[in-house]
Design a protein around this ligand. Structure first.
Ligand code: KG4
Ligand code: ZN
Length: 343
């Protein structure tokens, strides 16, 4: 089954064709990072306008040798995300589905991220799923693709948001994650002793699987008011913040792994590209005998392959739900109302 997926939930316009939820035939992504850099973050209205401008080009490239008529279904991210941006992708996919008389499959963005490691690995259930991005930090107990239990999430900022905010404070530009990651990898970077007393929040039982990043960001900013940021110590500041942030992430994740006695972890989302996180996971893998899966770097951040992949399992599990006739009747019921002259 060939599914054409569309992703427009934030600042990436992406189109991909995936066969049977596994084989990525094409993937074309236009990132708006260079546009939003000027504003130090994503501006929703600017993002949706640029999706509109770019979607045809990205679709053309994302089709590769294939034709739209070769597709068996059309899928798009339908949330969570920026509303105006989501509307571009969902309306585009719905229009294609109506025109070609094929199913339209709306896909949840978080579920799509969690699917991304499945595109390249055979992963058995159950597992602990950790989604870490600019908007989300969530732990799930995943028993199957359709039986997923929410364990905990951030109670304030997402981890990616904390990377972005600390980077903004240090004038490192947007997005902050990759810049902080790169600075922290420098040989000159050391963990700053002055920052050692920053305590990680949410140690109570009720917050065993919850995260909090807003306090950490404030604590770092407070420390920075007391020292001069130089070209030399900025690498160490990046390393120190990154290590505290990742330790908090792994502590909570290990709580879930130990409590539920599940030795399989699937990690996804933009922050799963972080090199210190990946290194720490390698150590955990060996030390605790845990299988750890993540997507390759190109599939960590927002992309349409994970949308088309997740759409395949959603479709297999509930074909009737994506019946084109229900979409057609919903789309045209209002139109016939207009034709009858009532409005
Ligand atoms: O999944 P994603 O592309 O978009 C959302 O759904 O949010 O994640 C983007 C987030 C940004 O906050 C970005 O700073 C962060 O992922 N990120 C990283 C790294 N690469 C991207 N954070 C830490 N280390 C990285 N290497
Ligand atoms: Zn995302």
């Amino acid at each position: 089954m060939l599914i054409l997926g569309i992703e427009t939930s934030c600042d990436e316009t992406s189109v991909s064709i995936v066969e049977d939820g596994k084989k990525i035939l094409t993937l074309s992504t236009f990132s708006q990072i260079d546009i939003h850099k000027n504003f130090n973050g994503v501006v929703p209205e600017v993002a949706s306008r640029n999706h509109l401008v770019k979607i045809i080009d990205v679709l053309e490239e994302g089709l590769g040798e294939k034709c739209l008529s070769d597709m068996d279904a059309f899928a798009a991210t339908n949330g969570p995300g920026l509303l105006g941006s989501l509307l571009v992708g969902t309306n585009f996919a719905k229009s294609l589905a109506l025109y070609f008389n094929k199913p339209y499959i709306p896909v949840n963005h978080i579920m799509a991220h969690m699917y991304s490691p499945h595109l390249e690995n055979e992963i058995e259930f159950p597992y602990i799923g950790l989604v870490v991005s600019g908007g989300h930090t969530i732990l799930f107990y995943v028993k199957s693709f359709t039986d997923i239990e929410f364990l905990g999430s951030t109670i304030d900022d997402a981890i990616g948001e904390a990377f972005d905010k600390v980077a903004k404070y240090l004038n490192l530009g947007y997005p902050g994650g990759p810049v902080i990651d790169k600075l922290a990898q420098d040989d000159e970077a050391v963990f700053l002793e002055d920052f050692k007393d920053i305590s990680l929040p949410l140690s109570t039982e009720k917050d065993r699987y919850n995260f909090s990043y807003s306090g950490l960001k404030t604590a770092i900013v407070y420390k920075l008011k007391k020292i001069e940021v130089t070209e030399k110590n900025i690498k160490s500041i990046a390393k120190t913040f990154q290590e505290i942030a990742i330790k908090h992430l792994l502590d909570k994740t290990m709580n879930a792994i130990n409590d539920l006695k599940i030795n399989r972890l699937v990690i996804s989302g933009g922050v799963s590209a972080n090199s210190f996180l990946r290194k720490s996971l390698d150590e955990i893998k060996t030390k605790n005998n845990i299988q750890v899966y993540s997507a390759s770097l190109a599939l960590c951040s927002d992309n349409a392959a994970m949308v088309a992949g997740r759409a395949f399992v959603d479709y297999l599990n509930n074909k009737e739900n994506f019946n084109i006739e229900s979409l057609r009747s919903k789309a045209f019921s209002r139109l016939s109302f207009v034709k009858k002259g009532k409005r």
